[in-house]
Write a protein that binds this ligand. Sequence first.
Ligand code: AMP
Length: 214
Amino acid sequence: MKIIFLGPPAVGKGTHAGKVAKGFGIPRISTGEMFREEAKAGTELGKKLNEYMEEGVLVPDEMVIEILRSRLGRDDCREGFILDGFPRTIEQAGALRNITATDLVVNMKASHETIIARISNRLTCRKCQAIYNTLFVKPKIEGVCDKCGGELYQREDQKPDIVKERLEVYERETAPLIDFYRDKGTLIDVSAEGDVEVVHKRITDAINEYIKGM
Ligand code: AMP
């Protein structure tokens, strides 16, 4: 299966794309995570990527497309993949179509209030990038990652001014992809309101239903 997860920042794409990827035994590919790893490595490319990310704006299409093209060419993607955070523009969606066909787009939806509550209480692990939320998905020990013991921190792009910018960028650049994929008949809408397990069930039910009709 080749699935795209679409939705605004902090709607829960990373968490759910990861769970679904695990279920299918295929990789979850998050361009944001790849960029943060590159930034952590301190390369010239990483420094450049970090400037865009810290401002809350999109990395230019040409850069993202090349990085993604090379990632999708790796062996582990042969049986399929889940894309989390790509495509984010119509240009990227067009480029993806030239790289490979995809089966389905899961469009995660939540109210503005839910998004703001999730994003402003979000913590990320410095080491493995696992995501927590001080209200809904608390770590067992405050400030420490359950999975790897790494330190949890609030990303620069999760601070209020940058969140506002990212939401505007989403509406302007990425939301048009909803109609783009809906018109192609490959999009399913799933409500991301509620607990992780409830949302996960909604997503897997919707995917299974879609597969039955394929
Ligand atoms: P994410 O972790 O998916 O929220 O991504 C964090 C940041 O990485 C975004 O705010 C963008 O600056 C950048 N980024 C990630 N994916 C893309 C993409 N497909 N196109 C452009 N910029 C991206």
